[in-house]
Design a protein around this ligand. Structure first.
Ligand code: ZN
Length: 236
């Protein structure tokens, strides 16, 4: 057997060992946990976040399996024609009846950085074009920033704000609100530096509320641009 194959098998064996340890640790706390969970899932939250390995939904929220329905893609983008994301939203809202949809971005997002810096990676450049559209839309707000981490930080925030608007405009959310279903949408941003979520105050339970909080959230970003802030709540 080649050395490479041996090391691959050892790595995969390690995954199974870690999984057994994890399941045993949960059973130690609650011996009927998996038995109960196998009957049904009843999450209150849909998390739409980045695929980045440092931003895992359940761990950040301190939640166990069964508590949060999750969709992740590069740079937490909600595109009106993305059937994958829309199907997750539709199932979450119509069938699971989640009460909250949370779009969570994160500072230092590689996808946002690549889009802002016009880096070329191939196929994914087309996906990241949606973030460049956000940048273009807010070019007057961002124009005093010449680049660097302040620009990426503000773009990570603006991207979340715009994706919350996209969620609100989806037929899934519009239909839910039209029939009076209790459903709120939110925009958060996570810092890899301290493990904490920040509220971008982009929370709404109706189209009218989306419009109102959008203006407030944008004004707050503009203020952070003017004050040359870094990450929200980190001394600015
Ligand atoms: Zn990211």
């Amino acid at each position: 057997m080649s050395e490479k194959k041996q090391s691959t098998e050892a790595t995969i064996a390690e995954l199974f060992a870690k999984n057994r340890n994890w399941a045993n640790a949960i059973l130690k706390e609650d011996e009927t946990f998996f038995q109960r969970l196998s009957q049904q899932q009843n999450p209150d939250y849909l998390w739409i976040g980045c695929s980045d390995s440092r931003v895992p939904a359940n761990e950040i929220l301190g939640m166990l399996p069964g508590d949060v329905f999750v969709h992740r893609n590069v740079a937490n983008v909600v595109v009106h024609t993305d059937l994958n994301c829309l199907s997750v939203m539709q199932f979450a809202v119509d069938v699971l009846k989640v009460r909250h949809i949370i779009v969570t971005g994160h500072y230092g997002c590689g996808g946002v950085k690549a889009a802002v810096e016009r880096q070329k990676f191939g196929l994914i450049d087309n996906w990241l074009r949606h973030i460049q559209d956000v940048q273009q839309k807010h070019s007057s707000c961002l124009q005093s920033l010449e680049g660097g981490s302040a620009l990426v930080d503000r773009m990570c925030e603006l991207n979340v704000i715009e994706q919350v608007v996209n969620v609100s405009q989806s037929t899934v959310v519009q239909d839910a609100w039209a029939r009076g279903q209790e459903l709120s949408i939110h925009g958060f941003i996570y810092s890899i530096h301290d493990g904490l979520l920040r509220d971008l105050h982009m929370s709404a339970s109706s189209s009218e509320e989306v419009h109102a909080c959008y203006q407030v959230a944008l004004a707050a970003v503009k203020e952070r641009v003017e004050r040359r802030c870094g990450e929200l709540d980190s001394g600015c």
